[in-house]
Design a protein around this ligand. Structure first.
Ligand code: SF4
Ligand code: MG
Length: 338
């Protein structure tokens, strides 16, 4: 069966005066309708660049893109600007981290949502208003009829985030990309927003890509998880497998440095020791090698040879020079007592 979204060997390179930034370097994944993929990584790992590439938002920049991004039967990288504008906001939509940057300060929430409908559909303002008020109610905005006529600055942070979700969902997109949608919010509102996204996914059957550095969010909402490091996928698995049996030293580090997942619903990702690589000067071989505490067990020189992404278990891929059974053994020995 064909997956709804298929990203194949996506590369996004930015030429700069100091060299080429390989922000995304050969990324492959797919996604079915009604399911959620969590893309996890530290800042600069290539998560946001991936989402912008899918949305076609690198057009008009110096970014060089290659590979394929199939949405249904359309390769998004081969669409014209006009075609991708038509898809954006209708077939696919994005929720950004900062709603203020995605909303116009001089127009009311209602005007902006109405416009979002009317760009794609030939409906009267009156009919659009009914749809908008209904959507504002669905995303949990109280007194939506009154809120319709307010400006973004009159909304609280949590309400603005809901309004932006409403804006993203107003045309029932089949693909929804959420880039750190809850980072700026307090934990209670975060949890409400995630519940809301899940409910709306059930109702509309959308495919969701949740981009985050927060493993708690992934555990909460995703079916599959893709862990990025230095522009590459280092581990790709079903969420339960990645959490209970992480198979890459980086993921293992993230999991074991994370406070106990069951303590609260949402936990911040505690970074593993060391710094993320500079994308302009990615370490040779395995980009993770300067931070990896397992490299003595590798079957190839980690600082010279780039490991391939290989399937170590059914539906569980990772990129490491240590043979999978040996990795499992090493991780088991090192599990910190809890
Ligand atoms: Fe560590 Fe080497 Fe595996 Fe990279 S390839 S994660 S450096 S052991
Ligand atoms: Mg980002």
């Amino acid at each position: 069966m064909n997956k709804f979204l298929r990203v194949n060997d996506l590369k996004v390179y930015f030429p700069t005066d100091d060299g080429v930034v390989r922000a995304v370097d050969g990324l492959t994944f797919d996604l079915e309708k009604g399911t959620t993929l969590g893309i996890v990584g530290e800042s600069g790992s290539g998560k946001s660049v991936t989402s912008l590439a899918i949305m076609g938002l690198h057009r008009g920049t110096r970014a060089k893109l290659s590979g394929e991004i199939w949405l249904d039967d359309v390769d998004l990288l081969k669409t014209t600007d006009e075609e991708i504008r038509g898809l954006r906001g209708s077939k696919m939509a994005m929720i950004f981290q900062d709603p203020l940057s995605a909303m116009h300060p001089y127009y009311t929430i209602g005007q902006q949502l109405t416009e979002a409908i009317r760009v794609h559909h030939n409906v009267s303002k009156k009919a659009a208003r009914v749809t908008v008020v209904d959507m504002l109610a669905r995303v949990g905005i109280p007194s939506p009829d009154k809120r319709f006529d307010q400006y973004p600055h009159e909304f609280s942070g949590g309400m603005r985030q809901r309004a932006m979700i409403a804006m993203a969902l107003i045309n029932n997109p089949e693909l929804l990309i959420a880039d750190e949608p809850t980072t700026a919010l307090d934990v209670t509102v975060q949890a409400q927003i995630l519940d809301l996204m899940r409910d709306l996914q059930k109702e509309f059957g959308s495919a969701i890509i949740m981009i985050t550095h927060d493993l708690g969010v992934v555990a909460e909402i995703a079916d599959d998880v893709l862990v990025m490091y230095g522009g590459k996928c280092v581990e790709y698995a079903e969420v339960d497998d990645a959490f209970h049996a992480p198979d890459h030293p980086y993921t293992w580090g993230l999991m074991t440095s994370m406070p106990r997942l069951d303590r609260t619903r949402l936990e911040r990702l505690v970074p593993v020791a060391g710094n993320p690589p500079s994308l302009i000067n990615i370490p040779p071989g395995c980009a993770f090698h300067p931070r990896c505490t397992f490299r003595d067990f590798a079957s190839a020189p980690c600082n010279q040879v780039v490991p391939e992404l290989v399937q170590s278990y059914p539906k569980h891929d990772s990129r490491c020079h240590i043979p999978a059974p040996k990795r499992a053994e090493l991780f088991a020995e090192q599990i910190a007592p809890r």
